[in-house]
Design a protein around this ligand. Structure first.
Ligand code: PEP
Ligand code: MG
Length: 570
């Protein structure tokens, strides 16, 4: 029996089961020239790779139309001819495929038509599949999971989790990642217990080991003794009972003992998450991370594709749906778009910076959101804003889209609310100015903490320094809420409203030890993974606003983390 203790929880819950270790295939391709007598062998290797890919894609196409398009391409005679011709010119199969695919990719990329240009990404996917097949590499290491397991991996990307059969996943443990990195956010969204950034997990475990994962306590027990199994079985029962009790709060409002009502909303990444979130009787969706729609695709989603998703999302949500425009870059990549390698990707080309530069792509998204706004209460939100100029440019592009839709007689909500994430120190310092320009703020503490403290949110080496209770982060939150609430300027330039609503969609909104402070600082909306909602609601319903105000005032006077913790009894 071995035990590992982890300090921070990514997603709570207790599970037990067999370990399944995933090692992602490393694709090292041996390209080169061959002798005359090797031509037939290389042709046969390529034929076999194509036949295998065809079978795989036929299976995948049954549930996902993207793979139907890949199937057509893999069978395409022009690609096949080009590769086999090169093999006959004495290229080995890998080199022939690389050359032929590169030619096709450059042809597609040079086309005027958006749809055709995006086909280049399909060729890249097919090339990868064929190269894996040529080298006997298992393209989807998760395919062989056929029973419930605790998944152990270096890291899990959104694409990985999209390809997982979640019926078999009891929990995740990853070597990399931090509690606000995307693997954690995904685990919470899926309601799967998870611990991340567990440095030695791949060294300490083997396939088939029996694992107890108590993510809430940060415990991993490898090959436990009977006593430990019995103890954690009892803890699991207790945990499940508590969850059932909390679920009874679903029908009650998020209101303090002395009557302060706040909004409790969900963070989601797709329509499936919304279907789950509405079961919690939410006050709305405070963050729809639209980038997942881009990441789980093989091309930039078209206006129509996006419109259909946003429309369905708005209808399902039934209350306010906040769609954040594309927040890509940093640790979020696209398989079909090559980002230049950057020294500091989190300080690089990401989020609104990309949207403003790739204007046609941005307009496609804004038009889709606007069109969907005719079918529900949609709000739009811009990520990672650092300047008033940026915000104004984004809003001007949105006005352009509105004008186009008007001239095309396409309906949209003329009063659609526009907001911004507060997740950079610049936006905190300028909050009073920004408040004059938007309808709402949403504080993104995941990024705000990393930028305020200059501590990478995914770097496990400095993970203990990443802490949203740091006085600078708490004071930033205070300042932003005050700026929002003091502002009276409407878009007409007159004093036409009371205040602008300030929400929080970073993970800190569901940090149980922070809820009282946030409440006391006046936060209007708490947005989090749906599974966290009952717990936070329970805290709010058992707190008095007056007490919370007093506590938050004191907390914001503290100079050190230690003093903050002491005051909070942590
Ligand atoms: C945040 O930064 O707090 C946030 C909600 O955005 P993301 O986690 O998607 O970067
Ligand atoms: Mg962010």
């Amino acid at each position: 029996m071995k035990a590992i203790k982890v300090e921070k929880t990514a997603s709570k819950g207790i599970v037990m089961g067999k370990a399944f270790l995933v090692k992602k295939p490393e694709l090292i391709i041996n390209t080169g020239l061959i002798q005359e007598e090797e031509i037939t062998r290389e042709l046969n290797r390529y034929e076999a790779a194509v036949a295998k890919a065809t079978n795989e894609l036929m299976e995948l196409a049954k549930t996902n139309s993207i793979f139907g398009a890949h199937l057509e391409m893999v069978k395409d005679i022009a690609l096949y001819d080009s590769v086999t011709r090169k093999i006959k010119d004495k290229y080995n199969a890998e080199a022939a495929l690389e050359e032929a695919a590169a030619e096709f990719i450059s042809i597609f990329e040079a086309m005027d038509d958006d749809y055709m240009r995006e086909r280049a990404a399909d060729i890249k996917d097919i090339r990868y599949r064929l190269l894996c097949n040529l080298n006997g590499i298992d393209l989807n290491p998760f395919d062989s999971i056929k029973e419930p397991v605790v998944l152990i991996a270096e890291d899990l990307t959104p694409t990985d989790t999209a390809g997982l059969d979640l019926r078999y996943i009891l929990g995740f443990i990853t070597r990399d990642g931090g509690v606000t990195s995307h693997v954690s956010i995904m685990a919470k969204g899926l309601g799967i217990p998870a611990l991340v950034g567990v440095k030695d997990i791949l060294k300490e475990t083997e396939n088939g080991d029996f694992i107890i994962l108590d993510a809430g306590r940060g415990d991993i027990i490898i090959n436990p003794e009977e006593e430990a199994i019995a103890r954690y079985t009892a803890l699991r029962k207790e945990y499940e009972k508590r969850q059932l009790e909390l679920a009874e709060l679903n029908n009650f409002p998020a209101e303090t003992k002395d009557g302060r009502r706040v909004h409790l909303c969900a963070n989601v990444g797709n329509v499936k998450d919304i279907k789950n979130a509405v079961n919690y009787n939410i006050d709305g969706i405070g963050l729809f991370r639209s980038e997942f729609l881009y990441m789980e695709n093989t091309h930039f989603p078209t206006e129509e594709e996006q419109f259909l998703v946003y429309q369905e999302a708005a209808k399902l949500c039934g209350s306010e749906l906040t769609i954040r425009t594309l927040d890509i870059g940093g640790d979020k990549a696209l398989s079909y778009y090559e980002f230049d390698k950057e020294e500091n990707p989190f300080l690089g080309w990401r989020a609104i910076r990309i949207s403003l530069e790739l204007k046609p792509m941005f307009k496609t998204q804004l038009r889709a959101i606007l069109r969907a706004s005719a079918f529900g209460q949609i709000r739009v939100m811009f990520p990672m804003i650092i300047s008033v100029e940026e915000l104004r440019t984004a809003k001007a592009i949105m006005e352009e889209c509105k004008a186009e839709l008007r001239s095309e007689n396409i309906a949209f909500d003329e009063n659609l609310q526009v907001g911004m994430m507060i997740e950079t120190p610049a936006s905190v310092m300028m909050a009073e100015d920004f408040a004059k320009e938007v309808d709402f703020f949403s504080i993104g503490t995941n990024d705000l903490t990393q930028y305020m403290l200059a501590v990478d949110r995914g770097n496990k080496r400095i993970a203990p320094m990443y802490n949203s209770f740091h006085p600078s982060v708490l004071r930033s939150i205070k300042r932003v809420i005050k700026a929002g609430h003091d502002d009276k300027t409407g878009h007409d330039g007159k004093n036409s409203h009371e205040k602008i609503k300030v929400g929080m969609c970073g993970e800190f909104a569901s940090e149980e030890r922070a809820v009282k402070i946030l409440l006391g600082l006046g936060l209007d909306e708490f947005s989090m993974s749906a599974a966290e909602i009952p717990n936070v609601k329970n805290i709010i319903r058992n707190t008095s606003y007056e007490e919370a105000v007093q506590l938050s005032e004191k907390v914001c006077e503290m100079s050190t983390l230690e003093e903050v913790y002491e005051l909070l009894g942590i």
